[in-house]
Design a protein around this ligand. Structure first.
Ligand code: ZN
Length: 256
């Protein structure tokens, strides 16, 4: 009985050690893709900026079209007045038309200035778009490389996880089924430790003082002792064989 319990507890410790390592590896695996988050944020930031600039270019081009039409109408007016100048009879009439012509020409030259200004703005914005797109191209190439790296790291960790699971699974048949299922329930529930050492008279999991009888039972190795406070399985470190030593007698026991 004692030997059986010793074996179970020592194997559980081994299983637990592997399962805790598995939790760490699985968390690492989940965390790896987050390294790309900053990259993705930077890329989408630039993409948004490019979209905003393109938008404002479109706005400027609409404005420019309106100004073109305005300019056209000014020039048409000038042509019309110039034609009328040939038909008028008096100098006063001629001068009045001349004044209109000058006014329209001044107005048109203001419009042309505005058009020029807009063209310069569009040119500057198009230069910016080009600049951003060059940066984007580089960033996209970099993230493709990083994604490959991340995939590789995930796969590598995946292999380690599977290997560790295989190692753990090898240990399971050597543990009494009832003890094992108890452990598995507790581990699933606690997500950290299901089997904890007795530390003097306290539970190594929750640090509560145990009733003397419970502490003695842990040392006796006759039965599975559960902490009444945190429901973890207790073991006495001095009482059970070390991991390496435990494997031998157990395999002999199961073989015999
Ligand atoms: Zn406890």
């Amino acid at each position: 009985m004692q030997q059986r319990m010793k074996n179970d507890l020592s194997r559980l410790l081994d299983v637990q050690e592997k399962e805790r390592r598995l939790l760490v590896l699985e968390e690492e695996q989940r965390a790896i893709p987050r390294a790309l988050d900053a990259f993705r944020r930077r890329i989408s930031g630039i993409e948004n900026e490019v979209a905003a600039i393109k938008n404002s270019i479109q706005g400027l081009q609409v404005k420019r079209k309106d100004l073109d039409l305005e300019s056209e109408s000014k020039l048409e007016a000038v042509a019309k007045y110039q034609k009328q100048q040939f038909e008028v009879k008096t100098n006063v009439e001629y001068q009045a038309l001349q004044k209109e012509i000058v006014n329209r020409k001044v107005e048109n030259s203001r419009i042309e200035d505005k058009i020029l200004e807009i063209m310069e703005q569009v040119e500057e914005k198009e230069r910016l778009v080009k600049e951003h797109e060059d940066v984007l191209k580089g960033e996209r190439e970099r993230i493709t490389v990083e994604e490959k790296k991340v995939e590789g790291e995930i796969a590598k960790l995946g292999e380690q996880i599977v290997a560790l699971q295989v190692e753990r699974d090898k240990l399971l048949p050597g543990i009494s089924p009832k003890v094992l299922s108890k452990y598995q329930r507790i581990f699933k529930n606690k997500r950290d430790t299901a089997i904890v050492p007795l530390v003097d008279y306290t539970c190594g999991g929750c640090h509560m003082l145990l009733p003397p009888q419970a502490a003695n039972n842990v040392r006796k190795l006759d039965e599975l002792v559960i902490c009444e406070n945190c429901s973890r399985i207790l073991y006495w470190a001095d009482g059970i064989a070390k991991e390496g030593e435990a494997a031998q007698p157990v395999s002999q026991e199961t073989a015999g």
